[in-house]
Design a protein around this ligand. Structure first.
Ligand code: MF3
Ligand code: CO
Length: 248
C-alpha cells in the first residue's frame, strides 16, 4: 500500500530535507585527502542533532552509524572508518534525517582531491542519471518511466545500473511503497499520483552491476572491484508539481 501524504506532511519532510541538504553542503566543504569517514560521520551526526533532528539510520535494523560511507568499489551501506581518505578516492555519503517524526533521505558522491577522468565521468553520469529519472517523476507517469530513463542514460554512457538496491517510498518510515528501481521497462509499475513521496537513488558501476556483501553483513561492493557512485534525492509529487525535498 502506498501511503499518500498531505501538503502539510510534505512540508514537514521538506524541513527535514533542508537540514539534510545543508549537511551535505557542509560535508562537501570538508572532504579532502586525510579526513576519515569516521570524522565525516561525527560531523554529520552533530550537525543533525544541532538542528533539533536525529539521524534515522543509526539503529535502523541494527545499523550502527548516522551515515553510510561507501568508498570506491563499495556501492552502499559502507561503515564509517578511521582510515583516512586518499587523493583520488570517491566516497558516497548517505543519510536520513528525522525531524519531528518525518524523514528525508539523500546520498551524494564526492571526489577526494584530484580524481581520475573515469571516476569524474562516473560521478557526472550518475548525478545526471538521477536527474533524468527526476524529469520523468511527474503525475500521470509510471515508476517504470523513471527507471527506464535512468537505465537508458547510464548504459548509453558505458556504466551499469545496480539491481540489488533500489529507491523507495518514504514518510514517517524510511522504507515504504512504492519500490523505485533504476532499471526496467518504461510504462510499467505504479502510476505516479499527487501525494506520493519517494526517493530516486541510482547506483552506477564502471564494471558489472553485480554486488557482494562483506562479512559485516552491510558493506555492499562491486563483484569485480570496479568503482561505484550514487546520488539520491527525496521528492514529492504535488498539485504544484514535483518538489525536490532534499535540496537547499
Ligand atoms: N539511506 C538508505 C536508503 O536509501 C538506507 C541505508 S540503510 C541503513 O534506503 F541501515 F543504513 F539505514
Ligand atoms: Co534511500
Amino acid at each position: 500500500m502506498i501511503i499518500m501524504k498531505s501538503m502539510e506532511e510534505i512540508g514537514k519532510m521538506r524541513a527535514a530535507g533542508k537540514i539534510l541538504a545543508e549537511c551535505h553542503r557542509q560535508i562537501a566543504g570538508i572532504i579532502q585527502p586525510g579526513i576519515t569517514t569516521w570524522e565525516i560521520d561525527e560531523f554529520a551526526e552533530k550537525f543533525i542533532l544541532s538542528q533539533g533532528a536525529t539521524p534515522e539510520q543509526k539503529g535502523y535494523h541494527g545499523y550502527p552509524y548516522a551515515t553510510c560511507a561507501s568508498v570506491n568499489d563499495v556501492i552502499c551501506h559502507g561503515f564509517p572508518k578511521k582510515e583516512p581518505l586518499k587523493e583520488g578516492d570517491i566516497v558516497t555519503i548517505d543519510m536520513v534525517v528525522n525531524l519531528n517524526g518525518w524523514l528525508a533521505d539523500s546520498a551524494w558522491s564526492y571526489g577526494v582531491g584530484n580524481i581520475s577522468e573515469q571516476a569524474q565521468k562516473l560521478l557526472d553520469i550518475t548525478k545526471e542519471s538521477m536527474f533524468k529519472g527526476i524529469e520523468q517523476a511527474v503525475a500521470g507517469n509510471r515508476v517504470g518511466d523513471v527507471a527506464h530513463a535512468i537505465q537508458t542514460y547510464a548504459e548509453s554512457n558505458g556504466f551499469s545500473v545496480v539491481r540489488d538496491f533500489i529507491g523507495h517510498g518514504i514518510g514517517s518510515e524510511m522504507h515504504e511503497k512504492p519500490d523505485v528501481p533504476s532499471y526496467g521497462p518504461a510504462g510499467k509499475g505504479p502510476r505516479l499520483k499527487e501525494g506520493m513521496v519517494f526517493t530516486i537513488e541510482p547506483m552506477l558501476n564502471t564494471g558489472s552491476y553485480r554486488t557482494k556483501t562483506d562479512a559485516d553483513g552491510w558493506t555492499a561492493r562491486t563483484i569485480d572491484g570496479g568503482l561505484s557512485a550514487q546520488y539520491e534525492h527525496t521528492l514529492a509529487i504535488t498539485p504544484e508539481g514535483t518538489i525536490l525535498l532534499t535540496q537547499l
